[in-house]
Design a protein around this ligand. Structure first.
Ligand SMILES: *[C@@H]1O[C@H](CO)[C@@H](O)[C@H](O)[C@H]1NC(C)=O
Ligand SMILES: *[C@@H]1O[C@H](CO)[C@@H](O)[C@H](O)[C@H]1NC(C)=O
Length: 407
């Protein structure tokens, strides 16, 4: 047998040298000896994921002809690093923001500027964690699991306590004066919460929060999307019993979570599947899960406004090439092993980063759309808060907050 293979191989080399070279080059590419591919050393196993057809979503998509988000202002440029989640306390002070360097900071006004409000761990140190503007670059990745990465912030309106979903330290709480936060949940049924992402607080004290994946942590969040894996969960921490329950399992990159104003349902985003989901928690449909909206891009956090409408932050956009890859896991397993950096692979798929923010009613009908198609003001958006005639827009990867008068 071995002899025959040897024979065939030498035949190929002699009769089809170009074919041989091509397959050699291909093998080299797939082996990625310089570690450039987005997949790296990970056990990358793409699967099919459940996403609405490109045509169906994009044909009915009208966007924002006036590109209104392009008129936004960038504030606190290079003073604040990757402020993914923004929050205001019960006195209306703020914003508070969770940063890429692991701190939670609050704005104290023009004179005092930004002040460190809370840390998620005693392990935080200025020397190791405080990398300033570099916190939003891969330089932080090696220390992120030590320093923490607070992604979801919510004040309890009754107590003034701040609840935190941290990608590495799970669910935590800190009092109105700040300090080092107390851990509430790091495990569910004995297994670690690998990637806590966002939370919301029910009026009865229950805390709903997302755990994005059982397989990849935040540094590898791109792999969750590329693989299409669905090990994410929606969890509920019960204040009285201190027990964490699994509410939903098998989700594809569950991300932002928001209860409705009347607490009858909650919305959460599934980033990989480009959609907004609704889980009924009260009334006749209690326990039912519905798709509320299929979105043109990759959603992050959801936040309610005073009218009970929902702001969804979306990074753009879906493309035809991406659709082909989604439906062919084998193609993804080759494509993303190419020793080419992710941003080039994304560009080859026709993806251009820009921001869309959507205002939806509770049935998923579009109330308003704001876009920055040229990505002048915003390229990556994570959260939109509407407070007193102004939108506050967070971003996980840039060093600023965008604001815009609204409506
Ligand atoms: C501090 O870091 C060590 C090692 O990374 C970890 O085992 C420990 O749990 C951390 N301590 C706290 C308080 O989180
Ligand atoms: C709070 O509400 C949630 C959602 O309906 C429910 O699952 C939970 O059991 C409630 N907790 C208490 C203490 O009533």
């Amino acid at each position: 047998m071995e002899k025959r293979i040897h024979l065939i191989r030498s035949q190929i080399v002699s009769q089809r040298p170009h074919l041989f070279l091509l397959s050699l080059a291909f093998a080299f590419l797939v082996a990625d000896p310089f570690g450039l591919s987005p997949v790296g050393d990970n056990d990358f196993k793409p699967v099919k994921n459940d996403i609405a057809p490109y045509k169906q979503v994009m044909e009915s998509w009208h966007g924002d002809k006036n590109n209104r988000l392009g008129l936004g202002n960038l504030e606190f440029v290079n003073e604040i690093y990757g402020p993914e989640s923004l929050e205001f306390d019960i006195f209306g002070h703020g914003p508070y923001a969770g940063l890429a360097d692991g701190r939670i900071v609050r704005w104290m006004g023009v004179d005092a500027g930004w002040e460190t409000f809370a840390l998620v761990t005693l392990n935080w140190s200025e020397k190791v964690c405080a990398k300033g503007k570099d916190s939003t670059t891969p330089k932080q990745w090696k220390v992120e699991s030590q320093c923490g990465r607070p992604l979801g912030l919510r004040f309890n309106k009754e107590t003034g306590d701040l609840y935190i979903a941290d990608a590495y330290y799970g669910l935590l709480v800190v009092g109105p004066e700040g300090g080092v936060a107390t851990s509430l949940a790091t495990h569910v049924d004995g297994n670690p919460i690998l990637f806590a992402n966002d939370l919301d607080i029910h009026t009865n004290g229950s805390i709903f929060f997302t755990d994005t994946s059982k397989k990849y942590n935040r540094v590898n969040h791109f792999l969750i999307m590329l693989e299409g894996e669905d090990t994410g969960r929606l969890l509920r921490y019960d204040i009285a019993t201190r027990y964490t329950h699994v509410v939903l399992d098998g989700l594809s990159f569950p991300n932002g979570v928001q209860l409705s104003k009347d607490q009858s349902f909650l919305l959460f985003t599934e980033t990989t599947n480009c959609r907004l989901m609704k889980l009924w928690i009260e009334g006749p449909k209690r326990g039912t899960l519905e798709i509320v909206a299929n979105l043109p891009g990759f959603p992050d956090n959801v936040r309610v406004n005073e009218k009970g409408q929902f702001w969804v932050a979306i990074d753009c956009c879906r493309t035809r090439a991406q659709e082909v890859l989604i439906h062919n896991p084998w193609m993804r397993s080759i494509y993303f092993r190419l020793p080419i950096q992710m941003r080039f692979l994304a560009r080859l798929m026709g993806m251009r980063m820009y921001t869309v923010i959507l205002l939806l009613n509770e049935n998923g009908e579009i109330v308003d759309v704001l876009e920055d198609k040229k990505g002048v003001v915003m390229k990556l958006v994570s959260e939109v808060r509407e407070i007193n005639g102004k939108l506050w827009i967070g971003t996980v990867a840039h060093n600023h907050i965008a604001t815009l008068p609204y409506p």
